[in-house]
Design a protein. Structure first.
Length: 170
């Protein structure tokens, strides 16, 4: 029995040593493979995410009241027409950028939706203060006055958050 133990005990020790060395080696290889895969994914995803942030900020800039007024207003419009065109422009811009929510955080997307809703509410509030058939300039003036009165518009809050989120990526 002692003779058998003399041979088997060292072989068992050698077996477990080799087993743990090989297991550690293969675990390290797997970790390196996962790291390379994650790095490669990040290499591909990061530019797409940055582009999404750019597009969302562009969307927010385009739906800001002063930008909407400059792009949409035309001579001869009344306040109702301008209000309607602004709503349509915001809706179209939002639908165009809807897929970008895949690449930004849920909180950022909520702020973007809040900025859209806040801008629409601001337009509606300004439109209630002027006659329906008045020239569009009255609505424009009222809308710009409202946006100046607010310290932080929903659009500016969303843009600030998006910028800070992009900075955290680096």
């Amino acid at each position: 029995m002692l003779e058998i133990l003399k041979y088997t005990l060292p072989s068992v020790v050698v077996f477990f040593t080799v087993y743990f060395v090989i297991k550690t080696y293969f675990d390290d290889i797997e970790k390196k493979r996962q790291y390379k895969s994650a790095f490669k994914n990040k290499e591909v995803i990061l530019p797409v995410r940055l582009q999404a942030y750019e597009r969302i900020i562009l969307f927010l800039e385009r739906i800001s009241p002063d930008s909407l007024i400059m792009r949409i207003s035309q001579p001869g419009m009344n306040t109702r027409q301008l209000q309607s065109e602004m709503h349509a422009a915001i809706r179209a811009e939002f639908e165009h950028n809807l897929s970008q929510q895949l690449y930004i955080s849920p909180k950022a997307w909520e702020l973007v939706k809040g900025a859209r809703t806040g801008t629409i509410n601001m337009i509606n509030t300004a439109a209630q203060k002027v006659p329906v058939d008045a020239p569009y300039m009255l609505l424009s003036k009222e809308l710009l006055d409202l946006s100046v009165q607010e310290e932080e518009t929903p659009v500016s809050v969303a843009i600030s958050f998006l910028k800070s989120e992009v900075n955290s990526l680096f």
